[in-house]
Write a protein that binds this ligand. Structure first.
Ligand code: SF4
Length: 461
């Protein structure tokens, strides 16, 4: 390629899409593409779409309509702007996208990002392409590694995809259809990637997967490794101070992973464990493959390993057939676990999923009323959780400059943002901060003078 081209990538949805967007940028860099934050300047626009939320498809088409106008303006100036649609909507809609929006040049499925340079070269020759097959080759083997300067730009905290796809088939969810069966990356490939990130200054790694604790990648001994074993291996990588993982399924929370929470100080005591409902009837209708008691047993086992663990979760309100009694079971579960926070959504049907065809849909007004009650309860727990931090000394990983001069922003083990006065040279350091005040979305603190007992001492408390 004779000159540098500019790519603008917009990510929708989850952290897996953010990670994929980074890897697309890394893969396009050797082909002469540098990232731009200005849409109008782009030679290539990639919409990395998400299919989880309602009206996701409509949003993508309206976004394409907006970009089409810029594409026409660029053409009037003699410049070609290519539009690509990637991610779950691309995977689900395929050819339909080009049929409905002829301005789109490329539709690329989530397994095919490693082919982008070749696909772009074909686009430049004037083709319109749809590439949504699940290929036999492993995209992770051929996606380019990020350049050190790209890692530095993205900060000291990085996501690493270790697993993709899902075999669970919850009746409300499109993931098994859009992302395919569960696939795990081999342990040593992940170790290489994490060592590469650590060498460029990354200090915190969040392992991500649609069903991350179903991880079963091959270990160096040729046998499948659990997520617990992978975490133990990654905890040995020099420079990595913190490990996290998301999103987990309660059924895959095995003994090894639970024990890892007691054994690894680097594994943060903050677990996102979606439950979706507190009622067994609803859990069965959702095909969640666990009961309320089994979920609570997992929470208890984790707490027995590490007393300072906090939990977050996901809830669906108004799933077909949900009665007031079922909904109250959800409220009592929130109280019983005492979640630090949780995400809650009104059920909305996804075409092609079994729940979309269930007859006993809950009226919208009832769903909204229940959502408000659930969110009020979650907010109470969230406030109580944050209030506990006041006066405590927490380990804080300093991430970036704050808004005020001389201020840095970091995170506690529980992902709470903390603003603290500290020199810029401390970015990337794990320091102790005494929490002095609590704002709406942030804590405020001061660097502590005395060292507190290390986190590991709290294990088993
Ligand atoms: S386990 Fe998660 S990703 Fe898999 S089907 Fe259920 S909700 Fe979807």
């Amino acid at each position: 390629m004779s000159r540098t081209h500019k790519v603008f990538i917009k990510s929708f949805g989850c952290q897996m899409n953010v990670y994929d967007s980074h890897r697309m940028a890394d893969t396009l860099a050797p082909a002469g593409f540098s990232e731009t934050a200005t849409l109008a300047d782009a030679d290539l626009v990639i919409l990395n779409t998400c299919h989880i939320r309602e009206k996701a498809v409509d949003k993508v088409y309206s976004e394409i309509g907006r970009i089409r106008e810029l594409k026409e303006e660029a053409a009037a100036q003699g410049r070609r702007m290519l539009i690509a649609v990637a991610g779950c909507v691309a995977q689900a809609e395929g050819q339909e996208i080009i049929r409905r929006a002829s301005a789109v040049d490329l539709v690329v499925g989530s397994q095919n990002y490693h082919r982008l340079p070749g696909l772009i070269a074909r686009l430049q020759a004037g083709e319109q392409i749809v590439d949504t097959e699940f290929p036999a080759d492993d995209k992770f083997d051929v996606l380019a590694a990020p350049l050190p300067e790209a890692i530095v730009k993205r900060g000291i905290s990085a996501f690493v995809t270790v697993q993709e796809g899902c075999d669970k088939f919850c009746t409300f969810c499109v993931v098994p259809y859009t992302r395919g069966a569960e696939v795990s990356r081999p342990v040593e490939k992940i170790v290489d990637e994490v060592e590469h990130l650590a060498a460029a200054g990354v200090r915190e790694v969040t392992l991500i997967g649609q069903n991350v604790n179903a991880y079963h990648g091959l270990g160096a001994d040729g046998r499948p490794a659990t997520l617990g074993r992978l975490l133990r291996r990654l905890a040995e990588v020099p420079g990595i101070l913190r490990l996290r993982y998301t999103t987990s399924h309660p059924r895959d929370m095995d003994d090894d992973l639970i024990a890892a929470h007691g054994d690894l100080p680097a594994l943060m005591p903050y677990v996102h464990l979606p439950v979706q409902s507190g009622a067994d009837r609803m859990l069965a209708a959702m095909n969640r493959k666990h009961t309320r008691k089994e979920y609570l047993d997992v929470i208890a086992a984790l707490r027995a390993c590490r007393g300072d663990l906090a939990f977050t979760s996901d809830f669906i309100v108004g799933f077909p057939g949900e009665t007031e009694a079922d909904f109250r079971d959800t409220l009592t579960l929130v109280d019983e676990v005492g979640f630090a926070t949780a995400y809650s959504f009104i059920y909305s049907p996804r075409p092609g999923t079994p729940a979309a065809d269930m007859e006993n849909q809950v009226p919208e007004a009832q769903k909204s009323e229940r959502l408000q009650r659930l969110q009020a309860l979650i907010t109470r727990h969230w406030r109580a959780f944050n209030t506990q931090s006041l006066g405590r000394t927490e380990d804080v990983l300093l991430e970036k400059p704050g808004k005020l001069p001389g201020q840095l922003v970091g995170r506690t083990p529980y992902l709470q943002a903390v603003q603290v006065m500290a020199p810029r040279s401390m970015i990337g350091s794990l320091v102790q901060v005494t929490i002095t005040d609590i704002g709406t979305n942030t804590l405020f603190g001061a660097l502590a003078q005395e060292r507190r007992a290390p986190i590991a001492a709290a294990a088993g408390a």
